[in-house]
Design a protein around this ligand. Structure first.
Ligand code: OSB
Ligand code: MG
Length: 372
């Protein structure tokens, strides 16, 4: 198929609840939706960079620049039979994995839609529902935290992730564990600790956590290996893993026992599949992370999480947990009986963009069709 046209849509939507992590509070969520057109078919992908460089150096602005000035133009007029045809020129750009992923994932969706098959089939998925949990931000008080968790448990979520930071770790985790003795529970520090805090992280060993996610520096693999040797709780790496090479280093150094797979952070589905296969071969568990996506990115994540080595519940909650009105339909709803989302069965990612709603949320728009 020849790529005829690419569109970038920068949109911004209010979150249903502010989301506080150790790196800041998000009230609004921006992203770039990428649309790739060929032969009457349109594929969609989401660039999951945020407005601020708090989680990653990438922002909506840097991704707009990298896509506009380097990644998109070489795609116009390109003949693509597989996603690898579309991403060959990406290696001329170092990093900027989220920008790359949005465009690559749109090409995967385009090709799957053109073939009339759901994306999970192209990925070799093995399930039609994926297990999910919910990620809960840092709350102003302990009672507020317990309340918030009760609400989600009531909705049917069976895995709770709590954001932690220095001063908000052992006490809230102990309180949640006391209230929910059997729930799957984990903490995500978003890089807020250092090796000097090892005693705090050791204290978390008493609460039967599934894992502690990214406790140390956002770019680190080496210190995480030192930490994993000193705590019983499994370390999970999120921020530090941007490529199959990073995953290999983490495996060989025993820096973690679990990977959080975010397709944006690793530069697209091709790298996600490589890391999936590497962690399966090495016996590491993995799960699908989230970036407060719209229905587009959420759908990509749901399909990705059907792959066999996604052994733990993902941060892919129901649409209503994020946005009052999503820009794609159908929305994702939690299956209460087993804390899962159902994988869409239509072609490609299996959701459709509500153009009116999307345009209302839109801050910036650009078309690439070879004429500009
Ligand atoms: O660290 O996993 C994270 C959201 C934005 C940036 C980083 C993270 C998160 C989440 C929310 O934890 C996951 C989700 O529900 O989308
Ligand atoms: Mg994380």
């Amino acid at each position: 198929m020849k790529i005829e046209r690419v569109e970038l849509h920068h949109i911004s939507q209010q979150l249903v609840h502010p989301f506080r992590t150790s790196f800041g509070t998000q009230i609004e969520r921006s992203c770039i939706l990428v649309a790739v057109y060929s032969e009457g078919v349109t594929g969609w992908g989401e660039v999951v960079a945020s407005t601020d460089p708090g989680y990653s150096y990438e922002t909506v602005t840097t991704a707009w620049h990298i896509l506009s000035d380097y990644l998109v133009s070489p795609c116009i007029g390109l003949e693509v039979e597989s996603p690898s045809d579309a991403i060959r020129h990406f290696k001329k750009v170092r990093g900027h994995q989220m920008a790359k992923a949005g465009l690559e994932n749109a090409v995967w969706d385009l090709l799957a839609r053109a073939e009339g098959v759901p994306l999970w089939q192209k990925l070799g998925g093995v399930r039609d529902r994926v297990e999910v949990g919910v990620s809960i931000g840092i709350q102003p008080t302990l009672p507020a935290l317990l309340d918030r968790i009760d609400q989600f448990v009531e909705l049917g979520y069976r895995r709770i992730k709590m954001k932690i930071e220095p001063g908000w770790e052992v006490e809230p985790i102990a309180a949640v564990r006391a209230r929910h003795p059997h729930i799957k529970l984990m903490g995500d520090a978003n890089s807020a600790f250092t090796l000097a805090d090892v005693a705090i992280l050791q204290a978390l060993d008493d609460y039967d956590l599934l894992m502690v996610e990214q406790p140390l520096y956002y770019d680190d693999i080496f210190d995480h290996a030192k930490l994993q040797a000193q705590i019983k709780t499994a370390v999970c790496l999120d921020e530090s893993i941007h490529s199959p090479e990073h995953a290999q280093a983490a495996i060989e150094l025993k820096a973690c026992r679990i990977f959080n797979m975010k397709v944006g952070r690793v530069g697209g589905l091709t790298n996600a599949i490589k890391i999936h296969d590497m962690s399966a071969a090495a016996g590491l568990d993995m799960w699908c992370g989230g970036m407060l996506e719209t229905g587009v990115g959420r759908a990509t994540n749901v399909h990705l999480a059907t792959m066999p080595n996604f052994t733990l519940p993902g941060d892919i909650s129901a649409s209503a947990r994020y946005y009052a009105e999503d820009i794609a339909e159908p929305i994702f709803e939690l299956n209460r009986e087993d804390s899962t989302l159902t994988v869409p069965s239509g072609p490609g990612i299996g959701v459709n963009i509500l153009m009116n709603r999307m345009e209302k949320a839109r801050a910036r728009y650009r078309v690439f069709d070879g004429s500009n």
